[in-house]
Design a protein around this ligand. Structure first.
Ligand code: 5AD
Length: 454
């Protein structure tokens, strides 16, 4: 390099949920503000941050494999710094440094402000072998990263975190222990951010929080915030994730029905169709109450698409209780379902259930496959019944085949149709011609207006 002080190159690789993707953008923003050049691959990076998820064991084993692989690069370039950030970093802490001794830095979800100083301290030690490993693992009851710029990819869509942490104690879930208690951002700041995004050409925002609809700051509860965001000039679509069913209230549903920008899609994580299991999961609703929520939403927004999360083989789940979950799926007919086998997470209340309650992985796998078969067949029936509709699609990116683009309807259905990259960010009216069962192939409706995005 000819420059005297070439910018250090940083690469952030993110695993896990949308909140993590958003945190990855935050880390990139923090590093870019300190003069780092953000790069898209680890090969030539000086700093590699693996931004991790702890929700299930599988997520963590993938990351351990990945950091071992990155250590291959580090053997060639010992000065390279490997950091592990996010929920798994918080959960494993020092254990991670023992398991993966080539990791230099471990930073939990509340420690990102100190990334540059931590990296600076590591870089001061010129001889990589003499470096000390560093951890930043304090949870901070107020940190919400106000005042820091996220570095977002160009494009029509943006994630907007409005809440961090979680006050629920669902007995299977690690999140409250790795992300701490719920913290909500000041509504004025959220709105200012959304206005800024709209000015840059963003037309779709997704509000993010662990239980996003339990958001409250002073007198502003989630429905009010949602309404204000939906009314920002230039914003044509608003989504939010992940809501908790207990906070799907008449007030929220009213805003969803009234505000044109709020998309006709609701994620409603049911987790189980058995009241006994729901109780033991500490979900704080019954199947009947959940069905009431579904009715409430469908009465107000008849065409709404619903998606869900389901866990099978929670410790103690009987065959009959599993079948109650299948029955719930048949009753509600979700448009989409994210399905999981229970994964034991150290430190969560469910680990203290009696040993004989734990279900063998073969049995869990069987239940999972049964649930997947059912939810896919329901999805396929619903989607086949939607062939022929013309829907507004926001074009998000190129499709897998050249000459095709991929977008999403307001109801969150993926549609592929002919078009080129120049159309990314446009809204188009697209006829849904065919479906694989999960996604659609369409064609841009002739005569229907094609409205350019901002
Ligand atoms: N095992 C399996 N699935 C889990 N989820 C959360 N914790 C666990 C666990 N220990 C699922 C829930 C949640 C989704 C994000 O991940 O369904 O809604």
């Amino acid at each position: 390099m000819s420059e005297k002080n070439p910018a250090k190159r940083a690469y952030v690789e993110t695993y896990g949920c949308q909140m993590n993707v958003s945190d990855g953008e935050l880390m990139e923003g923090i590093l870019a503000a300190q003069g780092y050049e953000i790069v898209r691959s680890p090969e030539h990076a000086d700093v590699v941050l693996v931004n991790t998820c702890a929700i299930r064991e599988h997520a963590e084993s993938r990351v351990l494999g990945r950091v071992a692989q990155l250590n291959g690069l580090k053997r060639e370039r010992p000065e390279m710094v490997i950091g592990v950030t996010g929920c798994m970093a918080q959960r494993m802490g020092d254990d991670l440094l023992e398991r993966a001794p080539y990791v230099d830095l471990v930073v939990g979800p509340d420690g990102y402000r100190s990334l540059p100083s931590a990296l600076g301290r590591i870089a001061k030690v010129e001889e990589p072998r003499r470096r000390n490993q560093l951890t930043v693992l304090d949870l901070d009851p107020v940190e919400n990263y106000q005042g820091l710029e996220q570095r977002r990819a160009d494009g029509p869509m943006a994630w907007v975190p409005i809440q961090r942490g979680c006050d629920h104690r669902c007995t299977f879930c690690i999140v409250p222990y790795v992300r701490g208690p719920e913290k909500n951002r000041e509504p004025g700041e959220v709105l200012a951010e959304v206005r800024g995004l709209a000015e840059q050409g963003v037309t779709e925002v997704t509000l993010l929080g662990q239980t996003v609809n339990s958001y409250r700051h002073g007198d502003t509860a989630f429905p009010e915030l949602l309404r204000s965001v939906a009314r920002v000039d230039g914003i044509r679509r608003v989504r939010f994730t992940s809501p908790h069913p207990i906070d799907v209230t008449p007030a929220l549903v009213e805003v969803m029905a009234e505000e044109a920008a709020v998309c006709e899609h609701l994620h409603l994580p049911a987790q189980s169709g058995s009241n006994r299991t729901l109780k033991r999961m500490l979900r704080r609703y019954s199947v009947e109450e959940l069905l009431d929520k579904v009715d409430l939403v469908r009465d107000a927004i008849p065409d709404i698409a619903l998606s869900t999360d389901i866990i099978v083989a929670f410790p103690g789940e009987t065959d009959d209780e599993y079948r109650e979950t299948l029955a719930l799926m048949r009753t509600v007919r979700f448009d989409d379902a994210y399905t999981y086998k229970y994964s034991l997470r150290e430190g969560t209340p469910a680990t203290r259930l009696p040993a004989e309650d734990f279900i063998s992985s073969e049995e869990a796998q069987e239940r999972l496959e049964g649930l997947i078969d059912l939810s896919r067949s329901i999805q396929s029936e619903i989607n086949h019944s939607e062939v022929g509709r013309v829907e507004e699609v926001l074009i998000e990116k190129d499709g897998r085949h050249s000459g095709q683009v991929l977008g999403r309807t307001r109801r969150n259905k993926v549609v592929v149709f002919d078009g080129d990259s120049a159309r990314i960010g446009d809204y188009a009216h697209v006829a849904l011609d065919r479906t694989t069962g999960a996604t659609f192939a369409g064609s841009e409706a002739v005569d229907a207006m094609t409205v350019a995005g901002a």
